[in-house]
Structures are given as structure tokens and as C-alpha cells.
Design a protein around this ligand. Structure first.
Ligand SMILES: [Zn+2]
Length: 62
């Protein structure tokens, strides 16, 4: 392999690794987004349930 071809091959390898890292980063970001979305949705459900319980027990709240 010539010196130039070697440099091109190294660049392509780096580009492939960068693409893989971007894919992993994207997957992690998507996972965290879903995790936080589910966490907030669950917190909202818990809040609404607690709120409904207060009203069910005639507890003054608003
Ligand atoms: Zn209320």
C-alpha cells in the first residue's frame, strides 16, 4: 500500500468510527429522552392520582 492510500484508508476508518459513535450517541440520547418522558408521564399520573384522592376525601386543595 502506498503512503497516500494508507492515509486515505486511515481517514475512512476514522469516518466509519465517527459514524458508529454518532449512532451510539443518538441511541443513548433517544433512550434517555424516552426514559425522562416516561418518568415525567408517570410523575404526572401519580400527581393526578394524589390530586383525585384529595378531592375524593373532601380535602380542600383549590
Ligand atoms: Zn384539586
Amino acid at each position: 500500500m502506498t503512503k497516500n492510500a494508507h492515509a486515505i484508508a486511515a481517514t475512512q476508518t476514522k469516518a466509519r468510527i465517527d459514524a458508529e459513535l454518532m449512532g451510539i450517541a443518538g441511541a443513548v440520547l433517544l433512550g434517555l429522552t424516552l426514559l425522562f418522558a416516561a418518568g415525567f408521564a408517570q410523575a404526572s399520573v401519580l400527581h393526578d392520582t394524589a390530586h383525585d384522592m384529595r378531592h375524593a376525601m373532601s380535602f380542600p386543595c383549590h
